[in-house]
Ligand binder design. Structure first.
Ligand SMILES: Cc1cc2nc3c(=O)[nH]c(=O)nc-3n(C[C@H](O)[C@H](O)[C@H](O)COP(=O)(O)OP(=O)(O)OC[C@H]3O[C@@H](n4cnc5c(N)ncnc54)[C@H](O)[C@@H]3O)c2cc1C
Length: 294
């Protein structure tokens, strides 16, 4: 059974995939799907088990989940949703032979990758008496509940004074910037972590990118774009998130252009969005214009 947390794990998994013919991946999140893509590309038969009704459900809108699932299926990956593993089956010698699913069926496997279960390592913070609630709580300047103690990275959750509850951001762009903000604050410089969350994933020839977070109830406008789609999440006439996927890197520019619009809480005219007819350069230009002084 393999996990993928660091370079040693990656090396062990690569070695296992040299011989494995069948792989079961537990978890259809970013790590599970990237492993599935890498293994399928090497010719390994892959089954992905996802407990939620759709893959990448924490990070992308439903339309993008469907697109990504179809992408994997087109490469021969079997994606099972709303189901999890009941047991890992082993031979008498202890080698993995398969995974029994919660409905009793068995997915044969020579190797299993577990891509679920990230929990913040907050023991030190708890022992130090810092406020912890699904992550070490920090304010936008990086301060924990003890004003002289700072924290940054995957293990923190920002106490968000805005309308959305703070979330833990598990990406290195956020981790790096939070560290920088904490350092500036320690040095007495004014700085705050207010960055719009952004992440990406490359699977096969496809690029998935997401900017911002869409609270429940946001209106989701899906647009077909050349060889993919983009979903814009709106609260009223404000863009709060943009997420898309394309074969090739085509989606990147439009999603990146959404960042300043989301940060500025600028208005976005959906009629004008639809008038771009999915032309990504036109959409990116429209997004840039939304934050340009008139
Ligand atoms: C397989 C994989 C793929 C990823 N791909 C991407 C990607 O494509 N894009 C992206 O943005 N992000 C990606 N991430 C997430 C990204 O790696 C993390 O968001 C980022 O590394 C978080 O930085 P960090 O400093 O908070 O934690 P880490 O990078 O985990 O660093 C924390 C360090 O602190 C050490 N440590 C822990 N406790 C203690 C202690 N008590 N005392 C001293 N040291 C301690 C740990 O050993 C570790 O070295 C990926 C993660 C994984 C696992």
């Amino acid at each position: 059974m393999y996990y993928l947390r660091d370079a040693t794990d990656a090396a062990a998994l690569c070695a296992a995939l040299e011989d494995a013919r069948r792989l079961v991946v537990v978890g259809g999140g970013v790590i599970g799907l990237e492993v599935a893509a890498a293994a399928a590309t090497r010719g390994v038969e892959v089954v992905v088990l996802e407990a939620a009704p759709r893959v990448l459900s924490r990070g992308v809108p439903a339309a993008v989940s469907r697109w990504i699932q179809r992408l994997h299926e087109s490469h021969g990956v079997v994606v099972c949703t709303s189901i999890g593993p009941a047991a890992v089956l082993r031979s008498e010698g202890g080698a993995v032979t398969g995974v029994q699913l919660a409905d009793g069926t068995v997915a044969p496997a020579d190797a299993v990758v577990v891509g679920v279960g990230i929990v913040p390592r907050d023991g030190l913070a708890r022992a130090a008496g810092l406020a912890v609630d699904d992550g070490i709580l920090i304010d936008p300047s990086g301060r924990t509940s003890q004003p002289n103690v700072f924290a940054a990275g995957d293990a923190v959750r920002t106490r968000d004074p805005g309308e959305t509850p703070g979330i833990r951001l598990e990406s290195f762009t956020a981790a790096g910037r939070q560290g920088e903000v904490a350092a500036h604050t320690v040095l007495g410089e004014d700085d705050a972590f207010t960055d719009v969350p952004w992440w990406w994933s490359d699977q096969y020839d496809a690029t998935v990118q997401a900017m911002g977070t869409a609270p429940a109830g946001a209106l989701q406008e899906a647009l077909d774009v050349p060889s993919g789609l983009i979903v814009l999440s709106m609260i009223g006439d404000r863009l709060v998130a943009a997420c898309g996927a394309t074969h090739g890197p085509g989606i990147a520019r439009a999603v990146r252009a959404a960042g300043p619009v989301i940060a500025a809480k600028a208005r976005l005219d959906l009629d004008a969005v639809h008038a771009t007819a999915g032309d990504l350069a036109g959409l990116a230009a429209l997004l840039r214009a939304a934050v340009r002084p008139h």
